[in-house]
Design a binder for this molecule. Structure first.
Ligand code: GTP
Ligand code: MG
Length: 316
């Protein structure tokens, strides 16, 4: 290990023991977290001036070796180390290029009962499978904003995969978020938790429900989008730092002026759309069948897959 990697926060220019302490109490314990902060954000968190914050960020960027250019082959090598988490439906996995990718945000949006929460429950279980079984052999964090997490459902899915339900449930860390502010604050607890256990997936079900309810009306839209943007970036940063999957759900809203095509679109518009790497639109089909449509992805073709939701969970 090089000397730079072991560098502590207090070794940064302009950061003494007192500032380091403030940063730690704001849950910033990692050079990389400082390196990817903005000066105003860091200044606010650590209660220091913006110029001091900018100095610390520059130091952290050098130490953590970020911000420079990389050649395509280096990025290609790194992308090869990304892992895929199975959905338990081979068709859906194929649509996603093998499953949900670590280090990215996958957004699943659709109307009520389209299967978003069911799929999230399935991922809670699958992430605990070994890598050669399509899992990551790691634990789950589940941010539940709608009070729809059901351990009973997890147990059914775990049993169907031959796993011990009580052991599986012990590795799922669930937090209720009571409003959008609380939801954002929970990221601090999630960071703390990630130091104690290896988190393979962070689920937010639903990403937008609180934001939508609290910031109603045209006048509140800019504020809502700004908060959502900040939140999306904190999710992305967490996924990057921990090499884990980020899966979020989103509702759709009716588009009053849509005469053609699908009359629905996801909440949060471009802000959510641009930060989520993969967007999947779910809709109901006959009975237990569901249709997933890959809407937006940097390197996969658009397409559709049909899967099923049964007592045993998600499957083909
Ligand atoms: P909202 O959160 O309301 O927007 O919907 P959602 O997309 O999260 O829906 P959810 O994933 O909760 O899907 C609910 C649907 O899943 C139900 O209407 C059922 O059709 C199906 N479902 C849930 N549990 C079971 C089960 O045990 N067996 C079967 N066959 N289907 C189930
Ligand atoms: Mg739901």
């Amino acid at each position: 290990m090089s000397e730079e990697i072991t560098k502590e926060i207090e070794d940064l220019p302009g950061v003494g023991p007192a500032t380091a302490e403030k940063l730690r109490s704001a849950s910033i314990t990692d050079l990389m977290e400082i390196a990817v902060s903005s000066p105003s954000e860091l200044a606010e968190l650590a209660d220091i001036s913006e110029s001091l914050a900018a100095k610390a960020i520059r130091g952290a960027r050098e130490a953590a070796d970020v911000g420079g250019f990389e050649t395509g082959d280096v990025i290609f090598q790194r992308r090869k180390s990304l892992k895929k988490l199975t959905t338990n439906s081979s068709k859906l996995d194929e649509l996603l290029g093998g499953g949900l990718e670590t280090g990215s945000i996958t957004e699943l949006y659709g109307a009520f009962a389209s299967g978003k929460t069911q799929l999230m429950h399935q991922l809670c279980v699958n992430v605990q499978l070994k890598e050669d079984e399509g899992g990551l052999g790691r634990e789950t964090v589940y941010i539940d904003t709608e009070n729809t997490f059901r351990p009973e459902r997890v147990s059914q899915m775990a049993l169907a995969l031959g796993m011990d339900p009580s052991e599986v449930l012990k590795r799922i860390h669930v937090a209720r978020a009571f409003n959008s502010n609380h939801q954002m604050l929970l990221m601090d607890s999630v960071s703390d938790l990630s130091k104690e256990c290896s988190i393979g997936i962070l689920i937010v079900d639903s990403l937008t429900a609180h934001f939508r309810a609290e910031y109603a009306g045209r006048g509140a839209l800019a504020n809502r989008q700004q908060k959502l943007n900040k939140y999306m970036h904190s999710l992305l940063r967490f996924g990057d730092l921990n090499s884990c999957v980020i899966a979020v759900t989103n509702q759709v809203q009716a588009q009053p002026d849509a005469f053609f095509g699908d009359p629905t679109r996801p909440i949060g518009g471009h802000i959510v759309g641009h930060t989520a790497t993969y967007r999947v639109y779910l809709r109901r089909s006959k009975g237990e069948h569901r249709i997933a449509r890959l809407v937006d992805s940097p390197c996969l073709p658009e397409g559709e897959a049909i899967f099923r939701i049964t007592q045993e969970g998600v499957g083909d």
